[in-house]
Design a protein around this ligand. Structure first.
Ligand SMILES: [Zn+2]
Length: 342
């Protein structure tokens, strides 16, 4: 029997690391900084791979180096290696052919279907996604595992496909740690269930008042609603990784990262099993070299090449009124959660 490409052990990275957290938590910034370590490759968001490879020439489909994937030297090498690997393992799949097939909206096809979160082509997909997430995160552990096993085939498939690509990314970049900045909790669960080794989870938490101000700006969402969602989302994440081995989980705050990036990164390097830096390496480690990184998806700051230093976004201090701040803090659980963001 021919081995499946996702089962070939020589393509596995030593460590798969995953950033989990709410939207607008600073995961692009953290990913970019961790990707400055010579042992860690920050690939951006694996959920986006299929849509990036679709033929749409959209500015949203640019790698951080500023090129389309077809023109980016790194992703081109990844595609070539994938093709070679498929031949070696006897899998009769032609990547070029797969890519030519029309994509089902934002979903990829075959091995390019790595999308666990977002971009649902119909309300049925959205409803199924919500049901799976609810089952996985609300039911007792054994029941949620059973539900995912029985009904979560699509998520498992997308996670297995992701493992295939993480392996190739590790090989081509020659870095043993591959970092996915995806943020979603369902991907964390699906990877945790499928990854051959321990999944290293980084919970990135950001002061919810920053997220509330950002939502107010974008959608005029009420701060109390933002606060409730922020508390609920982070509680759900914590409940989920509470089931994991504590040595595979590390929580960091956006505020601590911006205040003392070096101290935060030192903790994370050790957590990921990466060597410590010597003094002379730190300046480069703390500089945002956007044109030389190759991340998919994330915050638009990834394209602003003039922003090369770490500048915390604390606009909420000016944008939220005293009344709004009070209403935020009065939401049940908000004060305790804010304590974690110091
Ligand atoms: Zn690139």
């Amino acid at each position: 029997m021919t081995a499946s490409p996702v089962q070939t052990s020589h393509t596995r990275p030593r460590t798969i690391a995953y950033i989990v957290g709410s939207a607008r938590s600073g995961s692009t910034l953290l990913g970019m900084l961790l990707g400055n370590h010579p042992e860690c490759f920050a690939m951006g968001e694996m959920d986006s791979l299929g849509s990036y490879l679709s033929r749409a020439k959209s500015p949203n489909a640019l790698c951080t180096c500023g090129r389309m994937l077809d023109e980016c030297p790194f992703w081109k090498a990844v595609l070539v290696r994938a093709q070679e690997l498929l031949k070696e393992t006897g899998i009769a799949q032609d990547l070029a052919m797969l890519r030519e097939r029309p994509l089902n909206r934002q979903y990829g096809t075959g091995l390019f279907d790595t999308n666990i979160h977002g971009f649902h082509p119909s309300w049925i997909h959205t409803a199924m996604h919500r049901a799976a997430l609810l089952a996985a995160t609300s039911l007792p552990h054994c029941a949620s595992r059973l539900t995912l096993r029985r009904f979560g085939g699509r998520y498992r498939k997308a996670a297995e496909n992701s493992l295939f690509w993480y392996g190739i990314i590790s090989q081509v970049s020659e870095r043993p740690v591959v970092l996915d900045c995806g943020k979603g909790v369902l991907r964390m669960l699906a990877l945790g269930a499928c990854a051959p080794g321990p999944l290293k989870v980084i919970h990135l938490i950001r002061d919810g008042r920053g997220q509330a101000a950002s939502m107010k700006r974008a959608t005029r969402q009420d701060v109390a609603t933002s606060a409730r969602r922020w508390v609920r989302g982070n509680r759900r994440i914590m409940r989920m990784y509470g089931r994991m081995d504590a040595s595979n989980v590390c929580r960091v705050s956006y505020e601590a990262l911006c205040r003392d990036p070096r101290a935060t990164l030192e903790v994370l390097y050790a957590f990921l099993g990466c060597r410590a830096f010597h003094e002379g390496e730190w300046q480069r480690a703390l500089t945002l070299e956007k044109t030389s990184s190759h991340m998919l998806g994330g915050n638009p700051m990834r394209f602003r090449n003039d922003e090369r230093t770490i500048a915390p976004d604390e606009r909420w201090r000016d944008e939220l009124s005293e009344d709004e701040l009070r209403r935020f803090q009065n939401v049940k659980g908000a004060r305790e959660m804010l304590e974690l963001c110091r």
